[in-house]
Ligand binder design. Sequence first.
Ligand SMILES: Nc1nc2c(c(=O)[nH]1)N[C@H]1C(S)=C(S)[C@@H](COP(=O)(O)OP(=O)(O)OC[C@H]3O[C@@H](n4cnc5c(=O)[nH]c(N)nc54)[C@H](O)[C@@H]3O)O[C@H]1N2
Ligand SMILES: Nc1nc2c(c(=O)[nH]1)N[C@H]1C(S)=C(S)[C@@H](COP(=O)(O)OP(=O)(O)OC[C@H]3O[C@@H](n4cnc5c(=O)[nH]c(N)nc54)[C@H](O)[C@@H]3O)O[C@H]1N2
Ligand SMILES: [Mo]
Length: 660
Amino acid sequence: MTLDGAQVTPREFPTNRGGLCQKGWTSGALLTNPMRLTKPLLHGNPVSWDTALDFVAERIQGIQEEHGRDGMAVFGGGGLTNEKAYALGKFARVALRTSQIDYNGRFCMSSAAAAGNKAFGVDRGMPFPVTDLDDADVILLVGANPAETMPPFMQHVKSGLIVVDPRRTATAERAMLHLKPAPGTDLALALGILHSVFSEGYAEHSYIEHRTQGFADAWRIAAKWWPERVERVTGVSATDQRAVARMLAKAKNAYILTARGTEQHASGTDTVSAWINLALALGLPGRPGSGYGCLTGQGNGQGGREHGQKADQLPGYRRIDDPQAREYVAGVWGVDPDSLPGPGRSAYELLDALGRPDGPKGLLVFGSNPVVSAPRARHVTDRLKALDLLVVADFVPNETTALADVVLPVTQWAEEEGTLTNLEGRVLHRRPALLPPPEVRSDLEVLQELATRLGTPAKAFPTIPEEVFDELARASRGGIADYSGITYARLRDGEALHWPVPSTQHPGTPRLFTEAFAHPDGRARFVPVDHKGPAEAPDEDFPLYATTGRVLAHYQSGAQTRRIDELVKAAPESYVEVHPDTAERAGLTEGDMAKVESRRGEVQARVRCVSSMRPDTVFLPFHFPGANSANRLTNPALDPVSRMPEFKVCAVRLAPWGDS
Ligand SMILES: Nc1nc2c(c(=O)[nH]1)N[C@H]1C(S)=C(S)[C@@H](COP(=O)(O)OP(=O)(O)OC[C@H]3O[C@@H](n4cnc5c(=O)[nH]c(N)nc54)[C@H](O)[C@@H]3O)O[C@H]1N2
Ligand SMILES: Nc1nc2c(c(=O)[nH]1)N[C@H]1C(S)=C(S)[C@@H](COP(=O)(O)OP(=O)(O)OC[C@H]3O[C@@H](n4cnc5c(=O)[nH]c(N)nc54)[C@H](O)[C@@H]3O)O[C@H]1N2
Ligand SMILES: [Mo]
């Protein structure tokens, strides 16, 4: 993207072909938005930077003296540049020396990351350039609605689209086949399709033998899931399951792609594993023109999880409990490896622990709005209120800054230099296009100012993005996500660099797995997984499934898009999509105000009757705050591996608003 004043115009780029979605076109409007934060706020009052930063540093010291290092916590975001994500992770481990850091990416792609690591030994969302999809005969999209969430991506989907989604989405409208499983039953569906592939003789036996391990154990489970049994659990007909098996098997080039609909479940990691198992049985991963991939989320969804803002991680996608990784990174940072904290709590567990006797008493937030976006949102709000110190760095006010003791106004994307790593593992360099408002500082400057006040030398926290990147590249050397051969100079020259890039002569790695997978023996792993179903199934009291997700006009917690008139007009208020018969049974009709209730709370939402909805399922967008916040309903049941919450299924009931 380039900026011309506040007019945003798309740049030619292979992944978007000069296209830009509605949010991109209107993002210029935000740059001049009068809501922009321009002065530090202390308890709601404008103060100087020194006053704000001195206050924060003193409170941090007080809290850590009384409660220990882990008395302070940090919450980051997948929208931060690579440089900021790296600096934030280092700040937590070196300046605060706390183990308590995690980020909103835990809510986003962590189940696919965990499943990718298990199967392939490495997690890069798409191990191939997205333009490879252009030549596919069949693309199976599971739990993804890119027609609304990534419109430019749809240009790569030419024909042969199969969609798995409980709702008939804008994406499903473009599919040749749409399967509509009940929310939370995908794993059974993947087993049914795998069963068909094997029993109809479509499995790629030579690939399974030479390139993989563990098929027999995975098959032992899939053998029990014949399509008719799967039909009873999912509602997808056996005929459709067999049709998908056949279409995938007969295609010359086929891809299986997953997104949040697959992942945001208490068994999200296993569910992604089940779809990867299917891809492996068909011999897709690592075969040119075919493969498995995960669609990315936030602006820096991929890079955000590589540089150490995750509780269990050090830069270069290293594990924080790996002694060699600790020693190497401590060397780059010039600290004693023993001084580095161990792994901390995952995002929801961290939010849930705030203000408790054994939990953190202070929190710094950079790049997230958990009051709206975290599961069981009312409870999370209570935990945030129980803190002794809440500090939020942002460029617009939101529901979380509203609770903060201190709000720090920072620069935003168009005003600063930095890098992002896109869904294909390609590192992109962004130039600043606008001057920031005079009193605003960058996140990197804020971290340096706080670090020096806490007694860490300023040079440990450079404020020039290129210097941070050079250090990040060194810290990543030899890690899985190896950036050590990437420099700003190469990126400015327009080189297309996909990690790993282990030396400055290395051309990057656009396609992984063509020769070998990243496990020591070079083979991919089938992971034996079985269907469990959602953590909270509908029952007599709460008879419906609720699922949540996104709409075209709004972005995330809405902190940015709810302030843009054009987008507010396109989607002014929260709503609930419901089958007309289900609405009628609840005494509701199109346009009525409904009360949607779960065991955790209630939400007010306008009824939209949609005849293609499953009668047992309602859908709510999660972009709205307060009484309209879908996350007042959601269940924080966590996936045991990725610790991702079950945003995509909970049990609810429906009634007219105002009924008791
Ligand atoms: N307009 C817009 N675009 C965005 C964003 C935004 O907020 N607004 N956010 C960005 C981010 S951070 C992300 S992570 C991506 C997310 O992009 P997507 O994953 O495409 O978006 P979602 O709407 O969360 O979920 C996708 C679909 O999953 C379906 N689903 C629900 N439950 C199930 C289930 O059990 N099984 C299956 N198979 N499907 C299910 C929902 O009906 C929904 O249509 O979008 C990015 N792009
Ligand atoms: N029910 C339900 N809940 C969900 C989901 C769902 O599908 N259903 N999806 C989940 C997913 S996938 C995601 S990614 C999360 C997202 O939800 P959040 O983590 O709340 O993300 P955003 O709404 O993007 O909030 C980001 C905030 O950071 C600020 N910000 C952006 N860039 C920067 C920066 O560079 N520096 C600083 N300091 N601030 C910045 C923005 O202005 C904004 O206020 O929501 C999750 N919650
Ligand atoms: Mo996301």
